[in-house]
Design a protein around this ligand. Structure first.
Ligand code: NIG
Ligand code: FE
Length: 410
């Protein structure tokens, strides 16, 4: 083998939670090795399948002494670019005010909008970056960031530029989603349909042409946008060639899941109030269910998402942090995975699948989420004895080493 074709890295004596469907829990491969070149996995199998002299295969060869390796975690639903915080609303909710009451009284999302508009781009970047760093330290190598705290073109663009800067600064993949239809901005109060015009006629085309959004989302809810307003946003997105996703059926059953499915959405998210009909429509469309247990927890919700029905219909379930200042100030995807097990009764394997292969599907990123030849070399080595520990431990620094695109970043 000539040096030019040698791999960039080869780890020996690993245990791989490959997350492939190899018939073994976690797609586990014991006594394994994993190699990569130019950011792509070139080997992920039993070490016995390597040729005799592994040192001839790769520039760097190292034994990791039995460490478990998973695909880099993927947080497929966050709102982590925002200014300020809403700890005061947390206090109000503890005194009995509901999320809807706070929103209707001019707090909630609109309060983050005020603070995000007031921050300049560098301030917004400086406040948001540590949140992405916290996710990364806990094993997240790909994340989605939504806009939606600008609600005018200038601030929505500022948020999406900050999301792109976070990607460049940390070397992680950031998938951006335009969420102009998140709330009605104060200047459009009483003129909701004019604001939907603004989103569809002005904001979405400008953002699409600037290449700032990889997908489009909306908040379809009694306190936000109706199904027909959401439909307009989705039709505009489709006309611009952008895939859609939806905040659906979080606080009530607004038939959001079925609407998302009708537009072949990548994902429908929250889903606490989704009916069997909505689940069946998602199954038929191949729409991923993104469950957000940290928001369920923080809002002290009691209506569980239809996990059994999602399983029965074969809908892929993803788990995400929903990191946002109002309903999910959670800085760890693993914590959301733990909550998915304890609150939503997912198995730890389902939760890990939900934060890897199904999360990749929810973002339309088919080049990652499993450890197999040809996929991106985004890997995490963990200080654990079994993959279930990723959901079992609440907190702690379990990620020993993080490799993104074949490059060691910690
Ligand atoms: O996913 N549901 C709407 N959007 C966010 C909440 C945003 C906020 O309250 O700031 C969510 O829970
Ligand atoms: Fe959200």
């Amino acid at each position: 083998m000539t040096s030019i074709s040698r791999w960039d890295g080869l780890l020996l004596d690993c245990r791989l939670a490959s997350m492939t469907a190899n018939g073994i829990a976690y797609g586990a491969i014991e006594n394994a090795a994993i190699g990569w070149k130019d950011g792509r996995i070139t080997f992920a199998a039993a070490q016995s399948q390597l040729p005799d002299k592994p040192e001839s295969l790769s520039v760097n060869v190292e034994s990791v002494e039995g460490a478990w390796i998973t695909p880099g975690l993927i947080d497929c639903h966050t709102h982590l670019v925002f200014a300020g915080n809403r700890a005061s609303e947390f206090e109000q909710r503890l005194q009995g005010a509901s999320y809807e009451e706070i929103a209707r009284a001019g707090g909630g999302i609109v309060s983050s909008v005020r603070q995000t508009r007031a921050a300049n781009e560098d301030e917004l970047f400086a406040q948001s970056l540590p949140r992405a760093q916290a996710l990364l330290q806990d094993g997240v190598t790909t994340l989605e960031i939504k806009s939606g705290y600008g609600l005018n073109l200038e601030t929505e663009e500022k948020m999406l530029r900050v999301a792109r800067r976070i990607s460049a600064a940390l070397g992680i993949t950031v998938h951006t989603t335009f969420l102009g239809a998140h709330a009605i901005p104060p200047e459009f109060s009483g003129r909701q349909s004019d604001y939907v015009d603004e989103v569809c006629v002005r904001m979405l085309p400008a953002i699409a042409h600037a290449g700032l959004a990889d997908a489009v989302d909306a908040f379809c809810e009694t306190i936000a946008f109706t199904a027909s307003e959401t439909r307009r946003v989705f039709e505009t997105a489709r006309g611009l060639g952008l895939r859609v996703k939806l905040h659906a059926d979080q606080l009530s059953d607004g038939h959001g899941a079925a609407l998302a499915a009708e537009f072949n959405a990548l994902s429908a998210e929250h889903l606490e109030h989704t009916s069997e009909t909505g689940v069946a429509a998602m199954a038929a469309a191949g729409t991923v269910a993104v469950l957000l247990p940290a928001a369920f927890y923080a809002l002290r919700e009691t209506k569980l998402p239809p996990t059994e029905s999602l399983r029965a219909h074969g809908v892929p379930i993803a788990i995400a942090s929903d990191l946002n200042p109002g309903t999910s100030p959670v800085l760890s995807l693993r914590l959301a995975m733990s909550m998915a097990c304890t609150l939503f009764r997912l198995t730890p394997e389902e939760a890990l699948r939900g934060a890897t292969v199904h999360a990749a599907q929810a973002l339309g990123l088919l080049d990652r989420g499993t450890l197999e030849v040809g996929k991106r070399a985004d890997l995490v080595l963990w200080d654990i004895q079994h993959p279930a520990e990723l959901c079992y431990w609440i907190g702690g620094n379990l990620a020993r080493r993080i490799i993104i695109d074949g490059c060691r970043i910690s």
